[in-house]
Ligand binder design. Structure first.
Ligand code: KIV
Length: 276
């Protein structure tokens, strides 16, 4: 289906759910990739703190600073003319008080050009979500595997094992909706629980490793395009193998430089040399 070039807005996400249109979201961290993904008609570009792993080479997302997310969000915003740009609130930015969280989100919007922010967690962040929404900043929630709690969760592993866990997640999802969230990412939870949340909520669910019943899907672009191979979750689908293509292209370049075949000697340069 052809996509309109009008900018996608946070309220559009709810309208898309109402119309039964699936939301396509990918992560993005720089201007060039943002331009390519935007051109492809991806609806939402998330400047995820996964940038700490796939761009900066850390083992997890905890080292990512607010300054780093602002910096990368600004680059993505310069590259995206249609997609909604959502910036991740980094580790601890929502847990030192509501004013700190509002200031942090304000920087992502004012300096980064984000049109929404994403916040991990349920009950502990509800007041922050409500205050950000009151301040005019759309908020996307994030439940299930919340990578900023990797140490507490004991690793990047599937969440929601019991019916009680499922009830807790559904309750958190409803509370986030009531606090004004415009959508909720559901990461690595059973498909059946994601389906329940999708039916229970008026705002869209965006799944990652949460099965096909969500209102939209998100993947880490470096996983989907085959650029990052340190750790690839089992639910990831590889749409390209750009990592191998880049390595092969760089090998070809290095070979040509070493053997002197690049740059090629142009005929005009040769004739110019003879004239001298
Ligand atoms: O940081 C990120 O890329 C994310 C997605 C995995 C949803 O939060």
């Amino acid at each position: 289906m052809a996509t309109s070039r009008r900018r996608v807005t946070a309220p559009d996400l709810v309208r898309m759910k109402l119309r039964g249109e699936r939301i396509a979201m990918l992560t993005s961290y720089d201007f060039t990739m943002a331009r390519l993904l935007d051109r492809a008609g991806v609806d939402v570009l998330l400047v995820g703190d996964s940038l700490g792993m796939v761009v900066l080479g850390y083992d997890n997302t905890l080292a990512v600073t607010l300054d780093a997310v602002v910096h990368h969000t600004a680059a993505v915003s310069r590259g995206a003319s249609r997609a909604l740009v959502v910036a991740d609130m980094p580790f601890l930015s929502c847990h030192t008080g509501v004013p700190d969280a509002v200031r942090a989100a304000g920087r992502l919007v004012r300096e980064g050009g984000a049109q929404a922010v994403k916040v991990e967690g349920g009950h502990p962040v509800l007041e922050v979500v409500q205050r950000l929404v009151e301040a005019g900043i759309p908020v996307m929630g994030h439940l299930g595997l919340t990578p900023q709690s990797v140490h507490q969760l004991g690793g990047f592993r599937k969440q929601v094992r019991t019916r009680r866990d499922a009830e807790k997640l559904l309750e958190s999802a409803r509370a986030l909706e009531a606090a004004g969230a415009c959508a909720i990412v559901l990461e690595m939870i059973p498909h059946s629980v994601a389906a329940e949340a999708t039916t229970a909520l008026q705002i869209p669910t965006i799944g990652i490793g949460a099965g096909p019943h969500c209102d939209g899907q998100v993947l880490v672009t470096y996983d989907a395009l085959g650029l990052y191979d340190e750790f690839v979750p089992s639910f990831v689908k590889r749409y390209a193998d750009l990592g191998s293509e880049i390595t092969a292209a760089a090998e070809e370049y290095a070979k040509e430089v070493r053997e002197g075949s690049f740059p090629a000697i142009r005929k005009s340069a040769l004739s110019g040399a003879r004239r001298d």
